[in-house]
Design a protein around this ligand. Structure first.
Ligand SMILES: *Cc1c(COP(=O)(O)O)cnc(C)c1O
Length: 449
């Protein structure tokens, strides 16, 4: 039965030879891939019984063309974030500031002074300016930039603590996401994990005991990121650990996760300045609370930083010119008192957000059922865990249909469905986004049956 129907599937060579496909102007390899996928879908449909006949050649050609056109478009496109989560890892974490985006554009399209010193006309330092800005902003003696914070943690442990016992609280043996687990990265670095304390409570005396017994020769503090222990808890904070490390003459390393500069005033986050003050080396991401490009930033005292920077691993993990252009511009924003977009979104005032949501509702109200709704948000990206941000949204119906339509729009609009309504949270809107949303919804109303 199914076998008979399978034999009626269009033949690949005849399908590809049809005028709609042969003359469509798309690359042959792409059309062929789309045709294979079309025939495979039909075959699976017949076998599973979800389809009762093979598609005609004409139907298969139409499906192939649609698939090929979809495949010809880029997979990485700009989207509008209306989730209210400023550091949404799936949506690219922090958007760059206008100054940083401009710097990337200029460095990308032409040549640039990446390793060229314009004053002397000689070879220059690739990361000199960025490191200078980092030192000035944080008070660190040394700085180094790599591709992301996972790389920074690996570098820090590989160079500074290979073969050493490193004491870490059981409450900080976390998985950050994307299979980055602190115990695994420690094993890979050659450091020996020495667990201290309990999941919910670790006292300073637990660390001291690990050092005194000879089990550990270094201390590591890790920001628990997207996870928070609540209730009956205790942890040793950076200043206490810093004092202990000095007293015992061992290094204190810190994976801070988010780079919260004190000027951003992020509730509940330890600041970079504080970590730099107490830890020998601190590392964090460039695209979380710092609001810049994906990068791993290491800061610390002169001696361990010099050891880090002379290690060959630094060359293997070095960032490209676009990252450095964006990072330099982001740090200049902080220096000049301009908050990058994600930091500004996180600090947005509740009343201002409510007014913005009211304006959006006014604008969309004639196009679909729409009202203002409260929409509690979070920072995302493992930053400010457990802190709920007061948010406001335009709540639209019908939720499912609109969600699908917006997701398929030429600039996809990503919202979230809550209790039967599609919430468009205004916290994460960038200038001009409202126009795109209004245009999309007008089209939806036109097309509505
Ligand atoms: C996010 C995070 C990382 C990973 O940083 P990436 O820049 O994504 O590589 C590592 N450690 C902590 C504590 C984090 O929060």
């Amino acid at each position: 039965m199914a076998k008979h129907k399978l034999s009626q599937l269009p033949k690949m060579d005849r399908l590809l030879a049809r005028e709609e496909l042969a003359g469509c102007g798309l690359p042959y390899s792409l059309v062929r891939r789309a045709a294979r996928q079309t025939l495979e879908e039909a075959r699976q449909g017949l076998l599973a019984g979800s389809r009762d006949r093979a598609p005609t050649e004409e139907e298969a050609a139409a499906r192939t063309l649609a698939l090929a056109q979809a495949l010809s478009r880029p997979g990485l496109v700009r989207v509008i974030n209306t989730t209210g989560v400023p550091l949404h890892t799936n949506l690219g974490r922090s958007p760059l500031s206008p100054r940083a985006a401009q710097a990337v554009q200029e460095a990308a399209a032409g040549y640039c002074s990446l390793e060229y010193d314009l004053a002397s006309g000689r070879r220059g330092s690739r990361t000199g300016r960025v490191e200078e800005l980092l030192r000035d902003l944080t008070g660190a003696e040394g700085a180094c930039v790599v591709n992301n914070n996972a790389a920074a943690v690996l570098l820090m442990l590989s160079v500074l603590t290979p073969g050493l016992g490193v004491a870490i609280s059981r409450g900080e043996l976390v998985e950050i996401g994307g299979s980055f687990r602190v115990p695994d990265i420690m094993a890979r670095s050659g450091a020996r994990l020495v667990e201290v304390g309990a999941t919910n409570k670790t006292r300073l005396s637990d660390y001291a005991a690990a050092l005194d017994s000879g089990a550990a020769q270094a201390l590591l503090k890790v920001h628990p990121s997207n996870f928070r222990v609540v209730g009956f808890t205790q942890a040793a904070e950076l200043p206490q650990l810093g004092e202990l490390a000095r007293q015992k003459d061992v290094p204190l390393l810190c994976d801070l996760g988010s780079g919260a500069l004190s000027a951003g005033r992020f509730p509940g986050e330890p600041t970079v300045e504080e970590a730099v003050r107490w830890a020998d080396v601190t590392c964090f991401s460039g695209d979380k609370l710092l609001g810049g490009p994906q990068a791993g930033i290491l800061l610390g005292r002169a001696e361990p930083m010099a050891r880090l920077k002379s290690d060959p691993l630094v060359r293997a993990l070095r960032p490209d010119k676009l990252t450095l252009a964006a990072l330099e511009a982001t740090l200049m924003d902080w220096r000049d008192g301009t908050l990058p977009p994600a930091a500004a979104m996180l600090g947005a005032d509740g009343d201002a957000l409510r007014r913005k949501a009211e304006e959006l509702v006014q604008r969309l109200g004639s196009l679909c059922p729409c009202e203002v709704a409260e929409s509690p948000g979070e920072a995302g990206g493992g930053s400010m865990p457990g802190i709920s941000l007061p948010g406001w949204a335009a709540a639209l119906t019908p939720a499912e249909e609109l969600e699908r339509f917006f997701r398929g729009w030429e600039t996809p609009i990503i919202g979230r469905i809550h209790k039967g309504r599609l919430l468009l949270d205004v916290r994460t809107l960038l200038p001009g986004d409202e126009d795109v949303i209004a245009a999309a919804l007008s089209r939806w109303k036109e097309e509505e049956p």
